[in-house]
Design a protein around this ligand. Sequence first.
Ligand SMILES: O=C(CO)[C@@H](O)[C@H](O)COP(=O)(O)O
Ligand SMILES: [Fe+2]
Length: 215
Amino acid sequence: MMKVAPSLLSCDFTELKEEVKKLEVAGVDYIHYDVMDGRFVPNISFGLPILEQLRRITDLTIDTHLMIDEPEKYVEDFAAAGSDIITIHVESTRHLHRVIQQIKQAGKKAGVTLNPGTHIEQVLPVLSEVDLVLVMTVNPGFGGQSFITEMVDKVRYLNDFRLQHQLKFEIEVDGGINAETAAICREAGADVLVAGSFFFKHDDFNEPTTRLRGE
Ligand SMILES: O=C(CO)[C@@H](O)[C@H](O)COP(=O)(O)O
Ligand SMILES: [Fe+2]
């Protein structure tokens, strides 16, 4: 079944605990946690202290998307703070392979992602090492942007590559995902749909969960 990963960036932080309980009741698969440093992306979000508190209130899988320069300095801290999956950008480090090893050595699942302007070939050397490949379908840094349709080709490419090489990584998409763009991504072979603004504009979280899954 299609996995749904609501992006906390769009939740009501004054009601964080209630929002997370509602996510659990709706049966979402992951909580997507967007970390922005104001350097790799032109925005600052949240980091380790909120993650530690989030970890204390839920057993849901925390899917951490690091939009930070030099992630090698912080991956152990994000692992210790409670991330289950840690995804890094190919553009953010000179030592992609090494950072993926660091994440795995910390006992966590490792993900790799790339900006819309980055060629899919950049991730090929690490595809046998990762648990997840995140295809950014907007330029990272902000919620509420429009889906970039051309990125669907990357999803198709990864799906074919995975079949050909008998690999098991999940394909996740992030940015501008709503009921319509989710259907396009599902058809192309995506396994995990991140959704922020579309998801949290609903009061009843069952609705976006089932609509994103196409049920
Ligand atoms: O990583 C990011 C943005 O950089 C995302 O996870 C956004 O939070 C998705 O928001 P929507 O496009 O779904 O509103
Ligand atoms: Fe994200």
